[in-house]
Design a protein around this ligand. Structure first.
Ligand SMILES: NC(=O)c1ccc[n+]([C@@H]2O[C@H](COP(=O)([O-])OP(=O)(O)OC[C@H]3O[C@@H](n4cnc5c(N)ncnc54)[C@H](OP(=O)(O)O)[C@@H]3O)[C@@H](O)[C@H]2O)c1
Length: 279
């Protein structure tokens, strides 16, 4: 599902910019030139370089690919996910931290609005604490003031998502989670997303599920469709309603991953992959 309950849509594949360091600018330019239209980053220097994404956006604008042709998503990362290079004043209340981080993201990305602004993860492993509600309220204000077209949450459990959907003024429009075949590809969270018309973005589809690729029948399935194993998994993800992320650094893989929508898995094959990790 690429359209959220508030009728905002996202492209069906997202290019992720984590761990690219100084290669970030060149890879984002290459990804967009290959055909990706959605870019994921975070205002978190441990794993991302948002300013270098911004440099790529300036270069792309000069080449005729303007901001409004792209879907930009970044994240507010709470202090427990940051090092000393904080994009906000940690002595301020967390709502202020969100607003400071957001302004800094807009400056890095050379834009006046985002398409999606995501809470990188709740403050605690279970439940939602007062900090989470304060952060969410600040994000809701950004949404209401139209500075971001959607708000979302990442690294969220089914219990936390259900709570947020039940009590928030604005439910999330986007969820971004790591997807393990061993947990039915995050089935419990995906079911909540389907019920509430929340866009589900899946990451680590390849890296978290290496055991899937050694199954002989999965390899045979890829061969049957004339596709690679990465394409098989990305196509599976799309057909069960996810938007996949790829973080590839290889031009050929960029093209292959994007071409995952060029074939259709049968219902039988979809069911095999969906249940492969469930034992
Ligand atoms: N919210 C969060 O907490 C969070 C956490 C992690 C990631 N993310 C987001 O998700 C994005 C993607 O992360 P990820 O963990 O899914 O991916 P990733 O770690 O970037 O890894 C993708 C891996 O798959 C390989 N690959 C991709 N396409 C391939 C193909 N067609 N054939 C063979 N190998 C292929 C890549 O190798 P090559 O480079 O050689 O292609 C790379 O080793 C990140 O950049 C980030 O934006 C978010």
């Amino acid at each position: 599902m690429n359209t959220a309950y508030n009728h905002v849509s996202a492209p069906s594949f997202v290019y992720g910019t984590a761990w690219k360091k100084e290669a970030t600018t060149g890879l984002v330019i290459q990804a967009v030139e290959t055909g990706y239209r959605a870019i994921d980053t975070a205002n978190q220097l441990i794993h991302y370089d948002e300013a270098r994404v911004g440099e790529a956006l300036l270069a792309l604008a000069n080449k005729g690919i303007a901001r409004d042709q792209l879907f930009l998503q970044t994240k507010f990362t709470p202090v427990n996910g940051q090092d000393h290079r904080l994009p906000y004043d940690v002595n301020e209340p967390v709502g202020t931290q969100v607003r400071q981080s957001f302004e800094s993201s807009l400056a890095h990305l050379h834009t006046d609005h985002l398409d999606s602004y995501v809470l990188h993860g709740p403050y605690y492993g279970r439940g939602l604490g007062p900090e989470d509600w304060e952060v969410w309220a600040a994000m809701e204000q950004l949404y209401e003031s139209r500075r971001t077209r959607m708000i979302g949450i990442s690294n969220v459990t089914a219990e936390q998502l259900a709570l947020l959907c039940a009590k928030a003024k604005h439910k999330p429009m986007v969820v971004q989670n790591r997807c393990y075949a061993a947990f039915g590809w995050d089935r419990a969270v995906r079911e909540i997303c389907r019920a509430h018309r929340i866009i589900y973005q899946g990451f680590s589809l390849l890296t978290a599920n290496r055991e899937v690729f050694i199954e002989p029948d999965v390899r045979a399935m890829a061969a049957k469709y004339g596709m690679g194993l990465a394409q098989l998994v990305f196509r599976f993800a799309m057909q069960v309603g996810m938007i996949p992320l790829t973080g590839t650094t290889n031009r050929q893989h960029m093209e292959e991953d994007l071409a995952s929508d060029q074939f259709t898995l049968s219902t039988h094959d979809l069911e095999r992959i969906e249940t492969i990790g469930l034992g």
